[in-house]
Ligand binder design. Sequence first.
Ligand code: SAM
Length: 273
Amino acid sequence: MDSHLLPAAIKRLGQNFLIDPNIVRKIVALAELTSTDTVLEIGPGRGILTEALCRAAGHVTAIEIDPRLHAYLTERQPRFSNITLVLDDAMTYPIEHLPIGTIVVANLPYYLSTPLLFRLLDQRNRFPRMVLMLQNEVADRLVAKPGGSDYGVLSVMAQYTADIAKAFKVSSQCFRPRPEVGSAVVLLRTKKQRESGPEEKSRFTTLVKAAFAHRRKTLLNSLKDQGYEQKLVAAALSSLNLSPSIRAEILSIEQFVELTRCLYGADFSSLHQ
Ligand code: SAM
């Protein structure tokens, strides 16, 4: 392919390409890369971030789903010897084969940012740090604290697995084509896996989803509606010194963990009616 002919953007693949070198510099600086680091980039696109990553890191694996962009990047690849370009879907590519300690740096396709984030967090022992550009509204939910309207399943599930900071917002003028939503870059430092048993994560996930299923109801009623036994929930809340009228959006991550342990420790067999 002629390298002067850049493939046109495909909207449904979330192709909003960065055009501002300052933003690229800020993203790479945030990742604190050294020449021995291995990096995973999802969606290299036209390669503006990829080339900066190749300069800063030891090795870059870049997974792109669009064969036209993969061909375009392959043609430019001889400029860098430390890159593996993969033509694949990042939702199915075996990221579990990447080296432990890989740092993720990506301007994510927004249509898929949340599922991709959770796929990465599922392998969090492999990825100590992630610098991700995503929708500003998603960034706000990722860092939301208890009590606010942004705090919900996404906040609890993400903060259960990582310490997250919103680093900076990015104007839509920094992209071509311009996205319809605002953007922000977040830094995630993943936490060590802390589940006390193999079932705890799925119990925690089920509980958190059930807790937020009816935001206007009390936690007790919300869980009851989702099939949890009311007596057990009431007893668990009481043993954690939580009011029976508390709402899910007030609970901290630690309180959700304690509630999961308390409920399932209490009497797992009769938990669901
Ligand atoms: N990194 C480039 C940049 O900053 O200019 C492009 C970012 S653009 C927001 C998202 C990129 O992800 C596009 O190149 C798109 O083709 C790619 N993409 C979309 N879905 C993907 C998937 N499932 N797996 C891998 N790449 C994907």
